[in-house]
Design a protein around this ligand. Structure first.
Ligand SMILES: Cc1cc2nc3c(=O)[nH]c(=O)nc-3n(C[C@H](O)[C@H](O)[C@H](O)COP(=O)(O)O)c2cc1C
Length: 190
């Protein structure tokens, strides 16, 4: 599949077949992901691959965090739907930022380096998703995982900042394209 077809064909997939993804296929995907560009070639991404029992444990932790937040009256949006999709997908890959996090001061120069790192990791996630499409796999980019960041990271023993996750597997649905604003609507070209 060429890159144009992969861009057009990709959809967020929330129903996956039970079929597992071979280790070799996942490794190839991880290798392709690391081909993404990054600011100063710092490659700030770190990936954690979860399958089987480890993925189930993550789901439990996330579900428990969501339950706690909801009891405190905090809305968790579509997180339960994301967990449902996550349960079906045989693989979950979490992305972390291994570089320093800016200390909250927006005028700090660290803020810019932080933004560069997050953009780099976003590019890596998109690279993974397009490569997966080309390999016949379905994906879902999941930021609802943030609802369980603290507990998940402490279970994994990771102190880095969580950036997002990708659920991966063989699609069991073919969603229609979701609507997009036209490029003219979102572009200034004086
Ligand atoms: C940064 C980011 C975070 C997302 N987080 C979630 C999520 O937590 N749960 C979910 O179901 N979809 C998530 N999505 C998928 C979007 O809902 C989806 O991309 C959008 O609705 C457009 O649909 P499409 O991807 O099929 O074109 C996320 C997408 C992006 C780019």
């Amino acid at each position: 599949m060429d890159v144009f077809s992969a861009i057009k064909k990709r959809r967020s997939i929330r129903k996956f077949k039970r079929k597992p993804v071979e280790k070799k296929t996942i490794e190839r995907l991880l290798e392709l992901t690391t081909q993404a560009p990054s600011g100063k070639n710092l490659q700030p991404w770190r990936m954690v691959v979860l399958t089987g029992k480890e993925k189930e444990k993550l789901q439990e932790i996330l579900l428990a965090s969501v339950g706690r937040l909801e009891q405190e009256g905090i809305r968790t949006g579509s997180c339960r739907n994301s967990i449902r999709a996550m349960k079906q997908a045989p693989v979950l890959i979490i992305f972390y930022n291994a570089r320093p996090v800016y200390p909250g001061d927006l005028s700090s120069p660290n803020r810019y380096t932080w933004s560069v790192d997050i953009q780099s990791i976003g590019g890596a996630i998109q690279t993974m998703i397009l490569a997966a499409t080309g390999m016949g796999l379905g994906t879902l980019w999941i930021c609802d995982i943030f609802y369980g960041e603290k507990d998940i990271s402490s279970w994994l023993g990771i102190e880095h900042e969580m950036v997002g996750a990708v659920a991966l597997g063989y699609a069991d649905e073919e969603p229609e394209p979701r609507p997009r604003k036209s490029w003219q609507e979102v572009t200034e070209w004086p």
